[in-house]
Design a protein. Structure first.
Length: 333
């Protein structure tokens, strides 16, 4: 029997890499997108003839149940979320509805239709927040510091609860930050790589950032989707920490990104209090030992290569549009 996968959030960064991986593995891939006035398929344009897309929303219980009954997936990957920590203070209720309760809606839909479906929940290192130990492992207590982190902790515990209550194959991957050229432009890594490329090409002169001292364990998204898949291939449902085991400052990312194009970051970075958060997560560092031992998973792309890949990508992308763009600006100015 063919493996049938359903990915919520397929239009996002991770959804696009996971869809590529599952197609390579011979899966039938179904993806969920939400209705918007302009489509959000940029990251999966190249896959649209191979995946079946379904319009649904994590806010809509009935649509989820109908979808599960229609697609009959063997594996469900719940990647959909309001995923930007910064916005979660502006929209705490929406974040709770989608990122938190959305998990329960999907678990309920699965429970109503077929409890043998395997379920992956995109849990997050943001659940550790004000960390109780370093490095963080599966047993480290949660202390989330944002409405996003709180919603993810709720979604994580609901996943554990459905596993324990209904004997479902449901697990949470506690993923630390992972980035790529497909990362949304509001996240700090992509904001930096995009700005560095613009500055190099003469399209901008500065980038305004917040806390350069925050430390994150950053890996490559393409490596991390493999861990998601591995978790659903095990004999039993287990939660895993997925990260690199290395931590860097936001300032380190900035420095390497500017070095890549031969510029001094001090000449172009402006610290703007607007980008400081009401409560910060100061230090994240994964202990991925359990995933290494039991899933045989290790991250492949080192930090410097990740930064350089993102800068190179944005330079190439913006080089193509730089001159025509400048002409348009001059004409309309
Ligand atoms: P992303 O690029 O922001 O993608 C989020 C996806 O969720 C998009 O497809 C988005 O659709 C969809 N979505 C948002 N609201 C929805 C709703 N109400 N109903 C249905 N779909 C909705 O995030 P990502 O970086 O790929 O992350 C994937 C998942 O992993 C998220 O749950 C995130 O919270 C979690 N996570 C991410 C990281 C990381 O470092 N990337 C680490 C740990 C956990 P649109 O395209 O229409 O916006
Ligand atoms: O911030 C600091 C900011 O928004 C990283 C999501 O994928 O990973 C991500 O959450 C750090 C923070 O990601 C700016 O204060 C400084 O300390 O790139 P970020 P995040 O909050 O770590 C986790 C694991 C997830 O689960 C989330 O879904 O960078 N920072 N200056 C800034 N951050 C932003 N965005 N913009 C700045 O100008």
């Amino acid at each position: 029997m063919a493996n049938i996968s359903l990915i919520t959030g397929i239009t996002g960064q991770d959804g696009s890499y996971l869809a590529e991986l599952l197609l390579e593995k011979g899966y039938q891939v179904h993806g969920c997108y939400r209705r918007t006035s302009t489509n959000s398929f940029q990251r999966i344009e190249h896959l649209l003839d191979q995946v079946e897309m379904h319009c649904t929303d994590l806010m809509d219980q009935a649509s989820l149940e109908r979808l599960i009954a229609k697609v009959k997936p063997t594996e469900v990957y719940n990647l959909a979320a309001q995923s930007f920590v910064g916005s979660s203070w502006d929209q705490p209720i929406l974040t709770g509805e989608v990122t938190g309760l959305g998990v329960t809606r999907l678990l309920e839909a699965i429970r109503m239709v077929d409890t043998s479906i395997r379920f992956y929940q995109a849990s997050s290192s943001e659940m550790y927040g004000k960390v109780h130990e370093t490095p963080q492992r599966e047993t480290t207590p949660f202390h989330p510091r944002s409405p996003y982190g709180v919603a993810k902790a709720y979604g994580h515990w609901m996943t554990v609860n459905y596993r324990e209550s209904y004997d479902m194959f449901a697990c949470g991957g506690i993923l630390f930050n992972h980035e790529s050229p497909r990362r949304g432009l509001e996240f700090v890594t992509r904001k930096i790589s995009d700005a560095v490329a613009r500055i190099k090409l003469g399209m901008a002169n500065e980038v305004r950032l917040g806390n350069l001292e925050a430390r994150r364990d950053w890996g490559f998204a393409g490596d991390y989707v493999e861990a998601m898949w591995l978790m659903l291939q095990q004999d039993a449902p287990v939660d895993y920490v997925i990260g690199t085991g290395e931590t860097y400052r936001v300032g380190d990312f900035v420095q390497i990104a500017f070095e890549r194009v031969g510029l001094n970051w001090e000449d172009h970075v402006v610290i703007d209090p607007k980008f400081y958060r009401p409560a910060e997560v100061d230090l994240l560092l994964a202990d991925p030992a359990k995933a290494q031992a039991e899933l045989n998973w290790t991250p492949k792309m080192p930090f410097r290569e990740l930064v350089e890949t993102m800068v190179d990508h944005d330079l190439a992308r913006l080089s193509l549009v730089a001159k025509p763009d400048l002409k348009v600006v001059r004409k309309s100015a």
